[in-house]
Ligand binder design. Structure first.
Ligand code: GLY
Length: 393
């Protein structure tokens, strides 16, 4: 009798889980199909050489040229949407944008070349295996190497190469390491891999506080590598947890663990995830305030971009864990994606300058891009939807 009752509940539980999964997959597919339509419409509004970035204060579309740090996200979103839909209009829009980005392979003026070239060309190569993309991505990795310094054992984020006053590294820079890992896979040359590892170790040693939150900026003395100061630029306070910075750190160390299987990277990723998931200032819908310690909570602006990055990172992190931790990460990422897909955050077709998500924050202390759509919020939202779909199927 006991065995029959156990069997009944096991079957009932399995059926309700698969019904829940089916509903989530349907929601994901609906949102991706809508995204294909929105991005096809967006493509018609942008000149070939420009990249959608956000919305201007007057409500019109804000674009940027290829040098700006966000230029890879729109092409990357197009590639993901082509992968999902096979739609040839999306493919030709994506190819057009690669052309406009090509010259950035040689840019050495900041660390953002990983964002620019791996989100765009990296996805394009993964999807098409087009060989002509390989040297462009490898050149991009070479450009990033030029910003590495063996005394500081880091890649310089901002400021010109050769600046002797200070050497600035921001937590966001963790996101550019994937380009280096990619280059070692492709070329067999371990210089890229070891540079990424050095940077990740230096950041691990200096950016994190005991609770797992991170400083935005650490400035080093170039001659010795000693830490000069730690502060914020885009967050509320030097000691606060700027939401997108926490998301970059989480995503960056998940990638580092995937590429190296170094347990210290998994440990910090789990620690950041625990902090973010259990944070007392995380709102019920799981979309963080732009800074976890913003002074005007609960009135503070939300940052959909931080939420989307966290969701995508948590889904990958779940694949390196098991049991309740895996369930927790997937459940949290699913809740984020359901909130982002609701009318509160998800724009209707034809609105929001055809961006998918509303309510992100770029740089609040500079009063720049506050409560707006951002191309990278859309990119990580699409990536997270695709990752979750793959996990559930
Ligand atoms: N620098 C990248 C960001 O604003 O998150």
């Amino acid at each position: 009798m006991q065995t029959k009752v156990f069997l009944f509940f096991s079957v009932f539980f399995a059926l309700s889980c698969s019904k829940g999964n089916n509903e989530t997959v349907a929601l994901i597919e609906k949102n991706l199909e809508l995204a294909v339509e929105q991005y096809k419409a967006m493509d018609l509004t942008v000149a070939d050489s420009l990249f959608p970035r956000s919305t201007k204060p007057d409500g019109s579309l804000m674009t940027n040229k290829s040098w700006w740090w966000t230029s890879g996200f729109y092409p990357g979103s197009l590639w993901y949407l082509y992968e999902f839909s096979g739609d040839t209009a999306i493919l030709s829009a994506a190819q057009k944008k690669l052309k406009a980005l090509e010259k950035e392979q040689y840019s050495t003026y900041d660390h953002d070349i990983g964002f620019k070239m791996l989100c765009s060309y990296g996805n394009a190569y993964r999807i098409t295996s087009e060989n002509s993309y390989v040297p462009i991505i490898v050149n991009s990795a070479k450009s990033l190497l030029q910003r590495y310094d063996s005394t500081v054992r880091s890649i310089r984020s901002w400021d010109d190469i050769g600046d002797t006053a200070q050497f600035k590294v921001i937590i966001d820079n963790m996101m550019n390491l994937e380009l280096l890992f990619w280059a070692t896979h492709q070329t067999g040359d371990s210089i890229y891999y070891y540079t990424a590892v050095e940077h990740a170790n230096t950041t691990l040693a200096n950016h994190f506080r005991p609770d797992g939150s991170s400083y935005h900026l650490v400035s080093y003395k170039p001659q010795t590598g000693e830490v000069l100061y730690k502060k914020t630029v885009q967050g509320f306070a030097d000691s606060s947890a700027w939401a997108r910075g926490q998301a970059w750190g989480l995503y960056g160390y998940v990638v580092c663990y995937r590429e190296t299987t170094d347990p210290s990277y998994l440990a910090i990723a789990n620690k950041i995830a625990g902090l973010l998931i259990n944070h007392p200032n995380l709102p019920a819908d799981k979309i963080p305030y732009w800074d976890f310690n913003a002074p005007d909570i609960p009135g503070a602006k939300r940052d959909a971009s931080a939420a989307a990055i966290m969701a995508s990172a948590l889904i990958e992190l779940a694949s390196f864990t098991d049991g309740n931790q895996r369930k927790l990460y997937l459940a949290h990422a699913t809740e984020i994606l359901k909130s982002l897909s609701s009318d509160v955050y998800r724009a209707k077709t034809g609105e929001n300058n055809n961006f998918l998500l509303k309510h992100s924050v770029g740089h609040l202390p500079a009063n720049s891009e506050v409560d707006v759509p951002l191309s990278y919020a859309d990119y990580y939202y699409i990536e997270a939807l695709l990752r979750l779909k793959k996990t559930l199927k």
